[in-house]
Design a protein around this ligand. Structure first.
Ligand code: XLS
Ligand code: MG
Length: 343
């Protein structure tokens, strides 16, 4: 069963180029200008943080937030864009310095839960049932700071709260082992899937796999995808690339290791990813060195690389591969794959 591929990205994927060592190097591109670029780049889906959708939401009432999100829905419709998911940005506010759901301060945890309810309100107003949880600060810099049992239970309770708050939503956990924290509590996709078991409805808890996050855990992204697909839990992906174990680079898809990228495309395609409406998200960041005016190329290139790799994957002769697997001639298979990629 082949996959069906539609592409999405988030407004954060086009940015001003600031890094921890230097300021912004490009002018801000207005949100509406970004929206207008999606279709031209070949993308039909938009991913949003709650405050991408409703800026300033922490100073607004729930009714005001819903009104603003309803207005945004019309704008997205005008651009022909489908909102793929909404994610609470739980790593910016002063209340989330030490995490959201796992914060040691009860008032801060309360903030995290309330903020998450608003995220769900926004998703409902925009017409998507998908909530992504990238658990950025749910972890520690030193192990003694939090009790890992209590922290895990608190994440489970937050998930339960979300499922109870709105019976239609489903939650996709985006695991990542580190950064900004030294260690996070949901480092891999196995952990993410296990979290669903702490709720009364595991069928509404799935995952989003990001290439770079799997690599930061020193795992194979395509195997992580396979594991999640075998559990029927791969509901979205964030494809990008990563050059070894360092900070999360969000490089152009396939830029470091095209074969590793091929294997991600291949597992998605061979197991019908997208046939139930899943999107291919490209969570790629503009290089700081990129000049104004050409700072969306990484999205265009990532999508094109995906489609080129899809062509290569589909051109492979399955019978030939089965034969080489049958005779256990993996070196010949190695050459067959490399030769197909180098043509
Ligand atoms: C981080 C993520 C993040 C989520 C949504 O890698 O891309 O932005 O997808 O919170
Ligand atoms: Mg991501």
């Amino acid at each position: 069963m082949q996959g069906t591929f539609r592409f999405s990205f988030g407004p954060w994927n086009i940015h001003e180029g600031a890094d921890p060592f230097g300021p912004e190097v490009r002018k801000t591109i207005e949100f509406n200008t970004k929206l207008a670029a999606y279709k031209k780049l070949g993308f039909d889906g938009i991913q949003l943080h709650d405050d991408d959708a409703v800026p300033g939401m922490d100073n607004m009432t729930p009714a005001e937030i819903i009104k603003a999100a309803t207005e945004l829905k019309k704008v997205l419709d005008d651009h022909g864009l489908t909102p793929e998911f909404v994610a609470p940005r739980m790593w910016f506010a002063p209340q989330t310095i030490d995490g959201g759901y796992t914060n040691n301060c009860p008032k801060c945890r309360e903030y995290a839960l309330e903020r998450t309810k608003r995220t769900i309100d926004i998703a409902k107003a925009l017409g998507t049932k998908n909530i992504v949880l990238w658990l950025a600060r749910e972890g520690t810099y030193i192990r003694e700071a939090k009790d890992p049992v209590v922290a895990t239970e608190r994440i489970g309770e937050a998930l339960q709260m979300m499922l109870d708050y709105d019976k239609d939503i489903r939650v996709m956990i985006e695991s990542k082992p580190n950064e900004p924290m030294d260690h996070t509590y949901i480092p891999t996709i196995g952990h993410a899937i296990a979290m669903g078991l702490m709720t009364s409805d595991p069928s509404r808890v799935g995952c989003l796999i990001e290439t770079a996050h799997a690599l930061l855990a020193n795992l194979s992204p395509s195997d992580e995808m396979g594991f999640a697909m075998a559990h029927k839990k791969l509901w979205s992906v964030h494809l990008n690339d990563q050059n070894g174990l360092k900070f999360d680079q969000d490089l152009t898809f396939g830029a470091v290791d095209p074969r590793r990228a091929l294997n991600q495309v291949r597992v998605l395609d061979q197991h019908g990813f997208g046939n139930n409406g899943e999107w291919v998200g490209l969570d790629v960041k503009v290089m700081r060195t990129q000049k104004e005016g050409v700072d969306m190329r990484h999205l265009d290139v990532s999508r094109k690389v995906f489609l080129r790799l899809l062509e290569i994957s589909r051109s492979l002769d399955d019978a030939k591969i089965a034969e080489m697997v049958g005779t256990r001639d993996y070196e010949e298979l190695n050459y067959y794959i490399l030769d197909s990629m180098l043509k």
